[in-house]
Design a protein around this ligand. Structure first.
Ligand SMILES: [Zn+2]
Ligand SMILES: [Zn+2]
Length: 169
């Protein structure tokens, strides 16, 4: 998905950008992803009078992951907001540092995908859940506590007090 930065600024009109965002790089090395498909980007590039273009919208899709608590499949809906401002660096213009909220681009048109992929990487949950209140697995017997209760005593004891527990035996 390319952004025609110069043309957008010259036209002075917002442009709608849609397309798919590859997800491969964003899930590279992750063992908790079962399957993934590209995300859909729905963005608007709006030029402003100061020569910047603000791109904002949503990247949406879904992932099949492994629940971090019970290890069952977890269907994860992704709706990742995207918002960045781009400015074209004029030739001969002083080398400006990338502003915290503005990205400088040298070309008239450039590929947006790397910026989109970066947001996708941040939007993939670190600890996906099959459902918000997933009870997880029993630490003692491994039973999936969403399905059955096992009756194990999993009272968490502060390691500093563990000695005391033995004392009372
Ligand atoms: Zn779960
Ligand atoms: Zn148990």
């Amino acid at each position: 998905m390319r952004l025609h930065l110069r043309r957008t600024i010259q036209n002075g009109e917002p442009v709608r950008l849609t397309g798919s965002v590859p997800i491969e790089r964003s899930i590279e090395g992750r063992t908790d992803v079962i399957s993934a498909s590209p995300l859909e980007a729905d963005l608007t590039a709006a030029p402003s009078l100061d020569g910047t273009v603000e791109v904002r919208g949503t990247l949406s899709g879904h992932l099949d992951m492994v629940c971090s608590r019970c290890l069952e499949p977890a269907h994860v809906e992704l709706r990742i907001p995207f918002e960045e401002r781009f400015k074209q660096r004029e030739e001969g213009e002083e080398e400006l540092e990338d502003d915290e909220d503005m990205l400088l681009v040298t070309e008239d048109t450039f590929e947006l995908s790397p910026y989109l992929e970066e947001h996708v990487t941040l939007g993939v949950p670190n600890a996906p859940l099959c459902k918000e209140d997933c009870k997880g697995l029993c630490q003692t017997c491994g039973t999936n506590l969403n399905e059955t209760a096992c009756g194990c005593d999993n009272t968490v004891i502060d390691p500093r007090l563990a000695g005391l527990k033995d004392f009372f035996k």
